[in-house]
Design a binder for this molecule. Structure first.
Ligand code: UDP
Ligand code: MG
Length: 317
């Protein structure tokens, strides 16, 4: 009998969790060929999520949970789940039922019988999303695919089921700054995409703000591409070249025609443009250096405060 671990990151999901179990447990029961276990990762929730998980675990031995000492973010929660799992197939699914659990049997079949390594959901519509968010998100995919070596499928979601070998590949990437969309596509493997409709959250509220999404997009670009550095280099060189030509022109003109004092506008323009440009390049450098700093510190991505997963099963891998 093959095993499937479903990783469920949870941050303040006390209302969503009972609904989640109500929907997903029967689906798990219907998989006759596969033994399903759940790894709920409580990402430092401030509501009763942990209490709900403890309760679920006492009622159902398939429920395992990990609870962080504080909120470390969904990336850290997914990483903890992947590290804790030892199953043949590993899935990731949100707790808010925005990821249609009825896809699980088909997804599992794709990896277990149809020869795919990954079965992943891809969003096909953007209903219930603001126009501005859609525009930014489209631009993000265009840019990142142009400048990085990870080919990120537009609308690719974290909702997926992977074979053990893919999980090992993902875990073999040691970076501290984890941008899962990039990591999942960077590792490659044969993927079957499942079109998936946007659904409303069952309960609770989304944890994303617009600012958060912008930071997330920037993270993705800086983590998977050094193009911004090259662009800075290119514009810096072009500007210097233009500067040299202009300086030559001024020198020659002064030699042959003498100087005329007026020139304030051109000087101030040059100062502003070049000054602004230098700050911009420094900012880009700063983004990379801050990431190097975080990588070098080599801090853990998360700290576990409580779990019901025994150390042996976790190390087995
Ligand atoms: N989540 C998490 N840590 C966080 C934020 C979110 O574990 O810091 C979980 C959350 O509980 C949910 C999933 O990640 O199961 C997706 O979060 P959310 O629904 O807020 O994002 P959206 O669906 O709006 O992209
Ligand atoms: Mg959601």
């Amino acid at each position: 009998m093959k095993t499937l671990d479903l990783i469920v990151p949870c941050y303040n999901e006390e209302e969503a969790l009972p609904l989640f179990c109500e929907t997903v447990l029967p689906i798990a029961d219907s998989l006759s060929q596969t033994e399903v276990r759940f790894i709920f990762v409580d990402d430092g929730s401030r509501d009763k999520t942990l209490a709900v998980l403890r309760e679920l675990a006492t009622k159902d031995s398939r429920v395992q949970y990990i609870s962080f000492s504080r909120n470390f973010g969904k990336e850290a929660a997914m990483l903890a789940g992947l590290r804790a799992s030892s199953a043949d197939y590993v899935g990731i699914i949100d707790a808010d039922l925005q990821h249609d659990p009825h896809l699980i049997p088909e997804m599992l079949q794709a990896v277990s019988e149809e020869g795919y390594d990954i079965a992943a959901a891809r969003r096909i519509d953007r209903t219930g999303e603001s126009k501005l968010k859609s525009v930014f998100s489209k631009a993000f995919y265009k840019i990142i695919n142009r400048i990085s070596d990870a080919n990120i499928e537009e609308g690719a979601q974290d909702y997926r089921i992977m074979k053990r070998c893919v999980v090992e590949a993902v875990l073999s990437m040691p970076e501290y700054n984890r941008f899962s969309k990039g990591i999942f596509s960077w590792v490659g493997f044969k993927t079957k995409w499942f079109p998936h409709e946007n659904r409303a959250r069952t309960a609770g509220i989304s944890k994303w703000s617009f600012g958060g999404l912008i930071t997330y997009a920037m993270d993705g670009i800086v983590n998977f591409s050094t193009a911004p550095l090259k662009i800075s280099l290119f514009f810096g060189s072009a500007l210097s070249f233009a500067g040299i030509i202009y300086a030559l022109y001024i020198i020659l003109r002064t030699l042959f025609l003498g100087t005329d004092v007026p020139g304030y506008p051109s000087i101030i323009c040059a100062i502003l443009i070049i000054g602004g440009f230098i700050l911009l390049v420094l900012g880009v450098l700063g983004e990379y250096i801050s990431r190097i700093y975080m990588e070098v510190k080599n801090r853990p991505n998360y700290l576990i405060a409580e779990t019901n997963i025994l150390p042996e099963t976790r190390e087995k891998k």
